[in-house]
Design a binder for this molecule. Structure first.
Ligand code: NDP
Length: 497
């Protein structure tokens, strides 16, 4: 608001509304120039390193270790020692205390983590502050509650920890994926070697400081940074008892091939191409908010993003015009500005992948709409995009774009909606918008998706299992289901021995 004008005696009215940014300060974050690998409670100097960037400014933030097979081996050895020398035998109530401490420290240091997440990953501060951090803490609180109740969670099955868990996570929710993985593993009595994504290692490295503050015994959690080669070395390591992976379907398949026949337990949380289905009786303004949240939240870097919109034909024109009007209000830009709705694309590589798929959509004949939008000069950006006139065979309707790009298709009957929604190799999530409860239940039964939201989208809760069908992977994270992959059960002694 630039100036005010006095009208009458009482009100001050702005003569002009201009945009006033509300940047979050980065003062709270103390970055080191270089980070080592967190192994056995110590910082191990890496033999190689690379530079991590801010995707919104392209500035270098820090030097990060690139762990090779020997360093991965040191981390697995530290985890094995910690498992054998006390952690696995610790009473659940003692393990719970550590998890509660971690949860509380994350809450106390939430602002620092949120700012760092937005600096390194590019996501809007309002999302890292209001979604990622509260949920990350909630996962530790939730699994802390189970640590001393495993016998009740799995009655008469004698649950025991597995050993060393190797965990590989992606760049879209760096700290949140870390907590989805680490919290259940520790609650169950395992130790961990975690590999963050190459482009977003900083919150995982700051998390090592939380572990120090919580006085977690050395070696219980080890963090090895690096690119895909570090992940591959972790998968190949014979001392790892379980691999938990979140990422692309191609890498997931490669890991599955690598582990076939080894006896190493595996869970895979892979890509998605979710259907968001709008019926003509839906509360349309709410549905439009759900569409926007479904695909533009976190720049569309969401495995369960509602990237295929199915609109019932009778409300097609109305929905698209409301959607376009709403898209024009989205603010794209500086992730640290509290007003920003859509931040930076995570990396140049991901930006190029989005651009390539968008070009394919244009070439195949879909109509593109992008609201007018001024993008910052530096950094990686993509304007929120919607494609209409899309055929099911187009690549933009088949492949995971993992960016702020929506493909719109239509349907006439619920049966047609189900048929089209299920016409994908993926099966991670889906959304249904209708006033009819019976239709929600019927649709939810027909849709081959691990999570089905009704009259909402992209809602997460630590008590609720999350995971996919088909090429979206197998195994569940969250809830009781999320504990099971980290336990082994003694079936040889019926009724608990
Ligand atoms: P990746 O599957 O390559 O990355 C996920 C994690 O696996 C990262 O930590 C990565 O390391 C690591 N990794 C890479 N190669 C190997 C390997 N051979 N063995 C073990 N670990 C490995 O995803 P990308 O970052 O390349 O993204 C590509 C596409 O994947 C995206 O466009 C999107 O479609 C999809 N994706 C889906 C996600 C989901 O949540 N379902 C999350 C991320 C991506 P590094 O970061 O160093 O490469």
């Amino acid at each position: 608001m630039a100036e005010v004008e006095k009208r009458g005696e009482r009100t001050l009215v702005p003569t002009e509304w201009t945009y006033a940014p509300a940047p979050e300060s980065t003062e709270i974050v103390r970055l080191r120039d270089a980070y080592g690998l967190y192994v056995g409670g110590e910082w191990l100097e890496p033999s190689e390193s690379y530079t991590t960037l801010s995707p919104s400014t392209e500035e270098a933030l820090a030097e990060i270790g690139q762990a090779g097979p020997e360093e991965v081996d040191a981390a697995v050895t530290a985890a094995r020692d910690a498992f054998a020398n006390g952690w696995s035998a610790l009473p659940g109530s003692e393990r719970a205390k550590y998890l509660y401490r971690i949860a509380r420290i994350l809450q106390e240091r939430a602002r620092e983590f949120a700012v760092l997440e937005s600096m390194n990953g590019g996501k809007p501060i309002k999302e890292s502050r209001d979604v990622d951090l509260p949920l990350a803490a909630a996962h530790f609180f939730y699994y802390a509650g189970w640590a001393d109740k495993l016998e009740y969670a799995f009655p008469n099955r004698r649950p025991r920890p597995i050993g060393v868990a190797g965990q590989i996570i992606p760049w879209n929710f760096p700290l949140l994926m870390l907590s989805w993985k680490i919290a259940p593993a520790l609650a169950a009595g395992n130790t961990v070697v975690l590999k963050p994504a190459e482009t977003t290692p900083l919150t995982a490295l700051l998390f090592a400081d939380v572990l120090r503050q919580a006085e977690l015994p050395p070696g219980v959690v080890n963090i090895v940074t690096g690119d895909g080669r570090t992940g591959a070395a972790l998968v190949k390591h014979p001392g790892v008892d379980k691999i938990a992976f979140t990422g692309s379907t191609d890498v997931g398949k490669a890991i599955q091939r690598e582990l076939a026949g080894t006896g190493t337990k595996l869970t895979l949380e892979l890509g998605g191409k979710a259907a968001n289905i709008i019926f003509d009786d839906a509360a349309l303004d709410q549905a439009v908010e759900g569409i926007v949240n479904g695909i533009y939240f976190n720049q569309g870097h969401v495995c369960c993003a509602g990237s295929r919109l199915f609109v019932q034909e009778s409300i097609y024109e109305q929905t698209i015009s409301k959607l376009k009007r709403r898209m024009a209000t989205l603010r794209v830009g500086d992730p640290l500005d509290k007003n920003t709705d859509v931040g930076a694309i995570n990396s140049r590589m991901q930006l190029e992948r989005i651009q390539e798929l968008v070009e394919s959509g244009k070439d195949e004949g879909a109509d593109i709409y992008q609201p007018p939008c001024r993008l910052p000069e530096k950094g990686y950006w993509f304007v929120p995009t919607v494609f209409t006139n899309v055929a099911q065979s187009y690549r933009i309707a088949q492949e995971e774009i993992f960016g702020p790009v929506l493909s719109v298709l239509t349907f006439r009957t619920p049966e047609e909606a189900v048929e089209k929604a299920n016409n994908t190799p993926y099966g991670l999530s889906a959304g249904i918008w209708t006033e009819k409860g019976s239709r929600i239940l019927w649709m939810a039964q027909q849709l081959r998706a691990g999570v089905v939201w009704a009259n909402t989208f992209n809602r997460f809760d630590p008590t609720s299992p999350f995971g996919g069908y088909k090429e979206s992977g197998f195994g569940r994270e969250g809830g009781l289901h999320g504990l099971e992959p980290y336990l082994t059960f003694d079936s040889s002694e019926p009724w608990g021995g």
